[in-house]
Design a protein around this ligand. Structure first.
Ligand code: HEM
Length: 194
């Protein structure tokens, strides 16, 4: 029974951890974009985003990570045999990358606070894709373990996921371009009226 408790809270920890990681970098993007605003909006927004980032990391993201790792230790204690399996070695490799990403985000947050962050919104958007890739890799590993299928269903699923991702990216890009065009048009309007 203990195994099921550990597994349940392991999965809950994963959900909380990833929600925190995804939202944290989204906040970094808004934080960096606030530089385009005139004062006093810029300072107010940057202060607010800084506060939200700190709270998110402290109250959601880091506790999610601790819960995931603590419950994983419980799972390994109950089933130490999985430590000899290839899929678990690969999973631990991806988890190490995820922990590195978490640590890097907390450093980036401190740099943003000090105004020393060199990353632009485009780079941050790209950075925000990293946990998605790790999530997909880890979930596929825990589900298929050592017998990853390579048949037609796999290719169909890969095609579906890929077209879903491309559609979302194209839609987000279109929205950004529309917003930029709107901003330019309203700037022109102000110039004409003055
Ligand atoms: C700290 C490192 C981690 C260790 C040592 C670990 C270990 C384990 C173990 C032993 C299981 C049970 C496997 C089984 O019953 O067959 C498990 C299940 C699971 N793990 Fe992890 N895990 C870790 C981190 C993660 C992370 C970061 C994620 C998500 C990205 C994750 C997602 C899952 C999922 C979804 C399951 C349930 C799979 C199932 O039985 O249906 N784990 N983990």
């Amino acid at each position: 029974m203990a195994y099921y408790w550990f597994k349940s809270f392991h999965i809950i920890g994963v959900v909380v951890w990833f929600a925190g990681l995804f939202y944290l970098v989204r906040l970094f993007i808004y934080h960096v974009e606030a530089d385009e605003e005139p004062e006093p909006a810029r300072s107010i927004l940057k202060k607010q985003y800084g506060l939200m980032e700190k709270r998110l990391l402290r109250i959601i993201t880091t506790p999610g990570m601790i819960l995931t790792v603590a419950m994983a230790a419980g799972l390994l204690w109950q089933r130490p045999d999985v430590l000899h399996e290839g899929w678990m070695h690969a999973k631990l490799g991806f988890v190490a990358l995820l922990l590195g990403y978490h640590h890097y985000c907390s450093r980036l947050m401190k740099k943003l606070e000090r105004g020393e962050c060199q990353w632009g919104p485009k780079q941050l958007r790209a950075l925000n894709e990293a946990p998605t890739l790790l999530l997909v890799a880890i979930v596929l590993l825990v589900i298929f373990q050592n017998s990853f299928p390579t048949g037609a269903t796999t290719w169909l699923m890969a095609g579906l996921v890929l077209s879903f991702v491309v559609t979302i990216q194209l839609y987000a890009r279109k929205r950004r371009l529309d917003k930029e065009r709107q901003a330019i048009a309203s700037g022109d309007q102000v110039l004409q009226n003055s």
